[in-house]
Design a binder for this molecule. Structure first.
Ligand code: GDP
Ligand code: MG
Length: 723
């Protein structure tokens, strides 16, 4: 029997088209190729209500743009062959995503029946879909089926015949693509109407949308048949494209896609889909997100949450920090009593105990910070932070996917630039990727936290949490500005659009939190116990050798003898004189040492930023690992210490030192925050960028920038506040 009508099966890959096709046609099928290309064309026929039906299985596609051969084949078939009915096979267990294609059938205005396939799978997952409600909203028949068993297929064919016999060419659905694009489409209408040859085949507004989407096939056809009008239309598309780039930082395609998804959401969100198991969670998540990612409220809430994190970290950790400081002071005293005087004792106290103690002293802070971050991460809030930052990132020439590398590197304080640099791999645009991996080291990584905390505690102690929060904001600000500068100069280029999924919120489990906190804290402690211990001892040696020549040592010895002799009666005066001599000697020793000499040589430059030679030694150590800055300062300042029995914390020593004041502290802070990334990070940058040039750039550029900033702070600060 001659078939009286043709139906085409369309749908996403794996939606079940072939299964349905086989069920419909049985053995009455043959496989060929679409003319000229290797895409397979399957055709068959079936009989329903005494009518012969020709069935064509179209290639699976997610969209109807001209991005792939499959998409083009499917589209051309629909437009040129004009099947009587298009059966859109939709995977019910993945409804929203599948409806994206359905939405495009509606825009194209083809006679449509939706086969809601795999309802068995959906049901197993606790998803129920109200087919009739969906049908009302979409304005086309929706028939639930199970292609595998053939359930519902008869009803599907009934619906197909009904649509075919009404024989009405449906109107293309009018979708709004936002004010800008709608206006552009309106402007294009008269020109589009003039392209009669094309509008005979394609719906008029659809043509406009395709031109805006920069669809190769349609653009080509338009220019070919109507060169002059076509150029005008394309020029209009380019204007709006540039406008969207400037205002939203995205391409028209992305805006159009967003509005399609918006349309789908508006359809599925009105009681069409019920989720038995996860319904409450998703629903609650959406509700929370309405507030938490709100345009205005969202950023305020985010600032509030982060501020709470800082308060939590710094106020609750102060007690254990105090204990640890006391413990290490005690160990120091114990070693002093047990070991005989000499270089070994000096190494143990100044190199090992003070150095490693300085780093371990911050374990509680790091732990509290990591715990807070684990809460944000495990609950799903961190993804919202990334989502909200996306807009800002586009403005600075970065990509939404840059947010994670920034957060990992210490965007919320306490992270590490090494995994941060590696995380930038997810970025596809090479320039956005370079800009990301060059700027993530500006974040306050976990290794910078101790020195930041120390300086803030010593000089701005009243508001530690507030200052730490400010320093994080400063890090972000500087990193983003530098990114923008890089993207405007050495890394100039277009930015790419971005879509991000928000996982539903969940209550973090205590076990998960503890594990996450412990993993990161342990990493930090391991580093303190190995790498930092080694560097600490190395730096101690640099500060101890070469030792003072015999003559200078005996000079101090004779001074001591003289003090003992001349002030035999005046005990207080004698102690003071001895202490003075000891300080002088220690100072001279340090100056004489290798580290001291380097530090002093560098002071010629660093003095403009108010940075003294002892801090210089620490900053050099910091290039090996930022944690070392604290331990080196500890060593440098304990070497000049008057009496080890009166061991005070480094914090107190710095705040009492005449070379230090809040202005110096701020300049040093700025320098430490932004100068060269540590050694390991530099190696990572070289690896990830595939060139040592970028690694060298990162060292030089960052150090130069940090120094300029520190000089500016010191000079202005000195002018305003000192003397
Ligand atoms: P196509 O890519 O659209 O042609 O999809 P297929 O017809 O090849 O189907 C993909 C997979 O889904 C196959 O393993 C089918 O057996 C399975 N499948 C198709 N329809 C159903 C259904 O209604 N229920 C279930 N459980 N599985 C199905
Ligand atoms: Mg197939």
């Amino acid at each position: 029997m001659e078939p009286v009508l043709t139906i085409a099966l369309a749908g996403n890959p794996n939606a079940g088209k072939t299964t349905l096709f086989n069920h419909l046609t049985g053995a009455r099928q043959h496989v060929g190729n679409y003319p000229g290309i290797t895409v397979e064309q399957k055709e068959g026929c079936c009989l329903h209500q005494g009518k012969g039906v020709r069935v064509v299985d179209l290639p699976g596609t997610y969209s109807l743009t001209a991005y792939s051969v499959e998409e083009l084949v499917a589209r051309d078939f629909l437009i040129n062959q004009r099947p009587d009915v298009v059966v859109d096979v939709v995977d019910a267990s993945n409804l929203e995503r599948n409806l994206y294609l359905s939405c495009q059938f509606l825009e194209l205005g083809v006679p449509l029946v939706i086969a809601l396939n795999m309802i068995d799978v959906a049901e197993k997952r606790g998803v129920t879909i109200d087919a009739s409600a969906l049908s009302v909203r979409l304005g086309v028949p929706v028939v639930p089926i199970i292609a595998r068993s053939g359930k519902g297929v008869d009803q599907l064919l009934d619906a197909v015949l009904t649509v075919a016999t009404t024989n009405l060419q449906p109107q293309p659905v009018f979708l709004s693509y936002g004010a800008d694009l709608n206006q552009a489409l309106d402007d294009m209408m008269p020109d589009l109407a003039a392209c009669v040859e094309l509008t005979a085949v394609y719906p008029q507004r659809w043509l406009g949308v395709k031109l805006l989407e920069n669809d190769e096939q349609i653009v080509g056809k338009t220019l070919e048949t109507y060169p002059e009008v076509g150029r005008r239309l394309i020029a209009r598309g380019e204007t709006i494209g540039q406008h969207l780039q400037q205002t939203l930082g995205v391409y028209p395609e992305a805006v159009i896609a967003d509005h399609r998804y918006g349309y789908i959401k508006s359809i599925t969100h009105q009681g069409v889909v019920t989720r038995k198991f996860v319904a409450d969670r998703l629903y609650t998540s959406d509700k929370i997100d309405k507030v938490v990612t709100h345009r205005l409220l969202g950023p305020l809430i985010m600032a509030g949450v982060l501020f709470c994190l800082y308060t939590f970290t710094f106020s609750y950790s102060s007690v254990p920090v105090e204990w640890l400081a006391r413990l290490f002071a005690l160990i120091s005293k114990g070693v002093d009593l047990l070991l005989p005087d000499g270089p070994f004792k000096s190494m143990v106290i100044s190199g090992v105990v003070d150095g490693v103690g300085g780093v371990f002293g911050f374990v509680p802070i790091i732990m509290f910070m990591f715990f807070g971050i684990a809460v944000l991460e495990d609950s799903g809030y961190l993804a919202r932070v990334a989502f909200m930052m996306d807009r800002i990132f586009h403005f600075f020439g970065l990509h939404g996917s840059s947010v994670m590398p920034f957060i990992i590197s210490g965007g919320i304080a306490g992270g590490c630039a090494v995994p941060g640099v590696m995380a930038s791999r997810t970025l596809r645009s090479p320039k956005e990727r370079m800009a990301t991996l060059l700027t993530v080291p500006f974040m306050n990584c976990g290794a910078k936290l101790p020195i930041l905390t120390l300086l803030i505690g010593a000089f701005f102690s009243a508001h530690q949490a507030r200052y730490m929060f400010l320093s994080t904001l400063a890090a972000w600000f500087i990193a983003l500005c530098i990114a923008k500068i890089l993207r405007l100069t050495v890394l100039r280029g277009a930015s790419t659009p971005f879509v991000m999924e928000l996982p539903p919120y969940r209550f973090p489990t205590l076990k998960g939190l503890v594990i996450h906190t412990w993993e990161r804290t342990w990493q930090y402690m391991k580093k303190a116990g190995t790498v930092i211990l080694g560097i600490s001892i190395l730096v101690w040696a640099m500060m101890t050798y070469p030792q003072l020549p015999e003559t200078r040592a005996s000079h101090y010895e004779s001074l001591r003898q003289e003090a003992l002799r001349t002030m035999a009666e005046d005990e207080a005066g004698q102690t003071a004189a001895l202490a003075r001599i000891k300080t002088e000697e220690a100072q001279e020793r340090l100056r004489h040492s290798l580290g001291g000499r380097i530090g002093i040589a560098m002071e010629k430059v660093s003095q403009y930023a108010g940075i003294d030679w002892r801090t210089n030694i620490a900053l050099i150590g910091g290039f090996a690992a930022k944690e070392v800055i604290v331990s080196t300062l500890g060593t440098a300042y304990s070497l000049g210490q008057v009496d080890p029995k009166e061991a005070t914390s480094l914090k107190e020593r710095l705040s009492k030192d005449p070379d230090w004041n809040p202005v110096v502290a701020l300049a040093v802070l700025a320098f430490i925050m932004f100068y060269s990334p540590c050694f390991v990070t530099v190696i990572c940058i070289a690896k990830e960028s595939g060139s040592w040039k970028w690694a060298a750039f990162s060292i030089l550029f960052n150090t130069l920038f940090a120094f300029t900033l520190a000089v500016a702070i010191y000079q202005i600060g000195a002018l305003l506040y000192l003397r």
